[in-house]
Design a protein around this ligand. Structure first.
Ligand SMILES: C[S@@+](CC[C@H](N)C(=O)[O-])C[C@H]1O[C@@H](n2cnc3c(N)ncnc32)[C@H](O)[C@@H]1O
Length: 209
C-alpha cells in the first residue's frame, strides 16, 4: 500500500467530520434504516456506518474492505460494536460469498472508487436474494451539463486527491444497467464538500424476483 493510501485512511474520519456533522451522518442513517436481515457492506472504510444499523432488523453484518490501512481501523470498530458484525478483506468486484446470500447490500461513497463499477454491481446483484435491496449513498456525475464537464476536466487530478475516486460516474444508470430496479432515489448535495463531488444520490434498488 502506498504512503498516500495509509495517510488517506489515517485522516479519513477527520476529513469527513465536517460533512458528517452538516448532514452526511443523517443521510447515512436514513439510507441504512432500510437494512434488513443478513447485510453486506462494500468498501466499508473505517466503519462510519456502524453506528447507523438497527440491531432490531439486522441479523448479521458483514463488512468488506480491500485496503489494509482501512481494515486496520475497521476491524476493532466492528468487533467492539456488535457481535453480529465481522470484517472481511475483499474487493467489491470479487465477493467471496454464495449467490443469493444477503437480504441487503450497502454501498456508501464506495461505487465512486471501485475499479470496475459494472463488475461490482454485478457482484452485488449476484449475492442479493431475489427481492433483496441495494442501499446506496453515492456522489455522482452532475445532472447539469456544465457541472459534469467540469467534473470530467478535473477527474484525473481528483482521482489522485481522492485515492482512486471517480467524481463523474453515472452511478444510478449503472445500477439500473446491472439489472437492479430503482425503488427510491433522492438527489441532493454532499454537505460541506468540494463542488466536484457535490451531486449526491441516496436510495434503494431491488433485485427483481
Ligand atoms: C471514500 S471511501 C468510503 C468508505 C465508507 N464506505 C464510507 O461510507 O465512509 C471509499 C472506500 O472504497 C474502498 N475501495 C477501494 N477500492 C475498492 C474496491 N475495488 N472494492 C471495494 N471497496 C473499494 C476504499 O478502500 C475505501 O474504503
Amino acid at each position: 500500500m502506498s504512503l498516500y493510501g495509509r495517510l488517506f485512511a489515517r485522516f479519513y474520519d477527520r476529513t469527513l467530520a465536517v460533512s458528517e456533522e452538516a448532514g452526511l451522518a443523517a443521510r447515512r442513517a436514513a439510507v441504512l434504516a432500510k437494512a434488513r436481515g443478513r447485510v453486506l457492506e462494500l468498501g466499508a472504510g473505517t466503519g462510519l456506518n456502524l453506528a447507523h444499523y438497527d440491531a432490531a432488523t439486522v441479523t448479521e453484518l458483514v463488512l468488506t474492505e480491500p485496503e489494509e490501512p482501512m481494515l486496520r481501523r475497521l476491524i476493532p470498530r466492528a468487533s467492539a460494536g456488535d457481535p453480529r458484525a465481522s470484517a472481511v478483506r475483499a474487493p467489491a468486484e470479487e465477493l467471496p460469498f454464495a449467490d443469493a446470500s444477503f437480504e441487503t447490500v450497502v454501498s456508501t461513497l464506495t461505487l465512486c472508487t471501485v475499479d470496475d463499477l459494472a463488475a461490482a454491481l454485478a457482484e452485488a446483484r449476484r449475492v442479493l436474494t431475489p427481492g433483496g435491496r441495494l442501499l446506496f449513498l453515492e456522489h455522482v456525475r452532475a445532472g447539469d451539463a456544465r457541472e459534469a464537464r467540469r467534473q470530467d476536466r478535473l477527474a484525473p487530478l481528483w482521482r489522485r486527491v481522492g485515492h482512486g475516486c471517480h467524481p463523474n460516474r453515472d452511478t444510478l444508470a449503472a445500477i439500473e444497467a446491472a439489472g437492479l430496479k430503482i425503488e427510491h432515489v433522492e438527489h441532493d448535495r454532499f454537505p460541506k464538500a468540494p463542488r466536484i463531488v457535490a451531486p449526491l444520490i441516496s436510495g434503494s434498488a431491488v433485485r427483481p424476483s
